[in-house]
Design a protein around this ligand. Structure first.
Ligand SMILES: [Zn+2]
Ligand SMILES: [Zn+2]
Length: 312
């Protein structure tokens, strides 16, 4: 895993180190939005970032997008600049903070673009297409989903299902969240990335479904909205803590944790404190910042310079 020489910080550049075949080796990700609940674009949040949940994944020649929070807007612009013509959007769920970037995703307005949207929490209910139609229905938004020009498909699966996207293996698990949510594990070339947000743990117990999903993973991005100290006052709100993320990752033999879905009330000074405490607790823990890049080369391409984590 490529990490910054500054130790417990992720890198800021380098998504998509290409193999000779022109593909990204293993899994490469970039955080376009790391915030939960609502965007918070203030000078007091700019260090860690104010956009809501959105992660770009490049793997096996595929572009995947994890959630469509406000970070999706800028990602869409760069995908067009880079000439990307196809992407799969995997939604954890459809609370506002995970879909509010969708109407501003420029590639969806281009007839040449192909977008596949998948979600695992709506099967037997309304379905993801209908939810996104509702989001863009007048008078809340002037352009209905029907008017988007891209070739789009919408697919509902059941959280817990496994499937393939190109050469990428995708496993999923249901999360403990109001209205449901889906955790993802993506695997290719021996590299593994897990995206586990939004979810609430039960204090004193480990979530077995999550432990199974993240077992031995290279990187787990985890709902760390609260600290353990704050958690008791927020039981039933559907979120977890960075300390629980550390406990889960250690128990499951995970290499690295990305603390994610930061509470808008947690300004930069607070998050720096979380970063220091988390790293003191476990040197595999890192707070995700908007713009951070992580390359997971996998066993097929791993080299001595890329493996493991660096010490400060
Ligand atoms: Zn959320
Ligand atoms: Zn949510």
């Amino acid at each position: 895993m490529t990490v910054s020489r500054r130790g417990h910080r992720f890198s800021r550049r380098g998504i998509g180190a290409k193999t000779e075949a022109g593909f990204v080796a293993g899994i490469s990700i970039r955080f376009w939005g790391v915030r939960g609940s609502i965007p918070c674009p203030t000078p007091r949040h700019v260090g860690f970032g104010g956009n809501t949940s959105c992660i770009e994944v490049q793997a096996a020649g595929q572009t995947l997008i994890l959630d469509a929070g406000t970070g999706l807007r800028e990602l869409g612009q760069t995908l067009l600049e880079r000439g990307v013509a196809q992407a799969t959007l995997l939604l954890t769920h459809t609370h506002w903070d995970h879909i509010c970037g969708f109407p501003f995703f420029l590639p969806a307005y281009r007839p040449s673009f192909e977008l596949n949207v998948m979600a695992g929490h709506l099967v037997g209910e309304v379905g993801v297409q209908q939810v996104l139609e509702g989001q863009m229905a007048q008078p809340m938004f002037p352009v209905p989903l029907d008017n988007l020009q891209a070739k789009m498909t919408f697919e509902d699966f059941k959280a817990g299902d496994a499937f393939d996207i190109g050469g990428l293996r995708v496993r999923t698990a249901g999360l403990n969240h109001p209205n449901g949510a889906t955790g993802y594990r993506l695997e290719v070339d021996g590299a593994s990335l897990c995206y586990v947000t939004d979810t609430e743990h039960v204090a004193g117990t480990r979530d077995e479904a999550i432990l199974g999903l993240i077992d031995g993973a290279d990187l787990v991005v985890y709902d760390s909205t609260y600290t353990d100290e704050e958690f008791e006052a927020h039981v039933g709100w559907g979120h977890s803590t960075w300390e629980e993320g550390v406990r889960l990752c250690r128990e499951a033999g995970v290499k690295r944790l990305a603390i994610f879905h930061h509470d808008p009330d947690h300004e930069d000074a607070f998050m720096k404190d979380v970063e220091r405490k988390a790293h003191d607790t476990w040197d595999g823990a890192t707070v995700a910042r908007e713009g951070d890049v992580v390359n997971l080369p996998g066993t097929d391409q791993a080299s001595s310079s890329a493996a493991g984590t660096s010490k400060p």
